[in-house]
Design a binder for this molecule. Structure first.
Ligand code: PLP
Length: 370
């Protein structure tokens, strides 16, 4: 029996990649904003439907540089229900994460709880479009405007998504995308910040290249977060197939819903009519009382059958070992509960539907009682 992993990177036909990188052997321009970098930047701005993006080495540095470019200081209100990167980026930037609980319906930051967490030190809100589920962007912006806060979206899961037909990167002050190998769209490793003000663009370009502003001029303490030409070439090739890949993901999503939707003790986040989805992940919440079996038991049963689901996102980031004694006492009942009950099932464009059937049959066989 073949192993089924939770994800599998998309790759273009190898000939296409070779032809895309061929000219690099003549130009010897391997990084530092060369022709592939410029080409990908333009193509992505148009695909994402945003005015500007800045390409970066990965999604994590998009978060760190985004916060630096906005000159943030103090406290950042954020979600604990995310990948470690989101919280690490805040802490590594010398900022204080203030954790806000999540909504039960789509697992994003609960906008109704933000106001109670605002202090005079609050400078920004950093929500995550987790699993590609879109945050309550209108409510969040309202609170941000009322208190003069910046909004940075972690859009690592939301590549290519649209909300009311508007590219998701247009919400907030900036949005940070990840093009990591395991994401819906990849440039091997890579990321981008989308932004509106051209002043931010100039700042991001300096920050990602050591703060260099001229041949003999370094005006600030930047870092090295440039996307290289080989990564950009991979991004160019993968972008040609993105719509087909998302289409295949949609079929897989539908097949999972066919088997699992409406089952007693299983909760699936509902489809949102206003969102053009990328079908990035398929999270399932199991309620032991009703289903008869808990998340960990189902995880182990799948594993015995060669299916490697992931407990995304467990543990909640405020309880990560590295934050022991710091943030783990914050009361976040919904995030805690969901993180203990959720399982993310395998989902990638080339996953055969017959594998989806097999995964669901293992899950449904775990069901007890009723
Ligand atoms: C993947 C991911 C990141 C980090 O992106 P990298 O490109 O891997 O650095 C940040 N936030 C979330 C929610 C992610 O899933």
């Amino acid at each position: 029996m073949d192993k089924i992993l939770v994800t599998r990177p998309s790759m273009p036909p190898i000939d296409e990649y070779i032809s895309e990188i061929q000219e690099l052997w003549e130009s010897r321009w391997l990084t530092n904003m060369g022709s592939k970098h410029r080409k990908l930047q333009g193509k992505l701005e148009s695909y994402l439907g945003v005015d500007h993006i800045e390409l970066l080495v990965n999604g994590h540095m998009a978060l760190e540089l985004g916060m630096q470019a906005l000159n943030l200081q103090g406290e950042v209100i954020t979600t604990p229900f995310t990948f470690a990167s989101t919280t690490h980026a805040i802490v590594r930037s010398g900022l204080e994460p203030v954790f806000c609980d999540i909504c039960r319906d789509n697992f994003t930051l609960d906008a109704d709880l933000i106001e109670d967490l605002i202090t005079e030190k609050t400078c920004a809100i950093l929500p995550v479009h987790v699993y590609g589920n879109i945050c309550k962007v209108d409510k969040i912006q309202k609170v941000a405007d009322k208190y003069g806060l910046k909004v940075i979206y972690d859009a690592a899961h939301a590549f290519g998504e649209r909300y009311d037909e508007i590219g998701i990167g247009n919400f907030g002050d900036i949005s940070c995308f990840s093009f990591h190998a395991t994401k819906v769209y990849n440039s091997i490793e890579g990321g981008a910040v989308s932004y509106k003000s051209s002043a931010l663009g100039a700042r991001l370009r300096k920050l990602k290249d050591f703060g260099i502003s001229g041949p003999e001029e370094v005006c600030e303490v930047g870092t090295n977060a440039k996307m290289n030409e080989f990564a950009a070439a991979m991004g160019i090739c993968n972008l040609r197939y993105i719509d087909a890949e998302v289409g295949k993901r949609r079929e897989i999503d539908e097949r999972y819903r066919y088997w699992l939707d409406g089952i007693h003790g299983i909760y699936l986040s509902p489809k949102n009519e206003r969102v053009k989805s990328n079908y990035a992940y398929f999270p399932v919440v199991f309620d032991k009382e009703k289903f008869g079996c808990n998340r960990d038991e189902i995880y182990n049963e799948l594993k015995k059958n060669g299916v490697f689901a992931r407990k995304y996102f467990y543990p909640a980031t405020n309880t990560l070992e590295c934050f022991h004694g710091k943030y783990d006492k914050v009361k976040l009942p919904v995030a805690l509960e969901i993180s203990q009950k959720v399982l993310t099932l395998p989902l990638y464009a080339d996953l055969p539907l017959t594998d989806v059937d097999r995964i669901c049959s293992v899950i449904l066989q775990c069901r007890k009682g009723e």
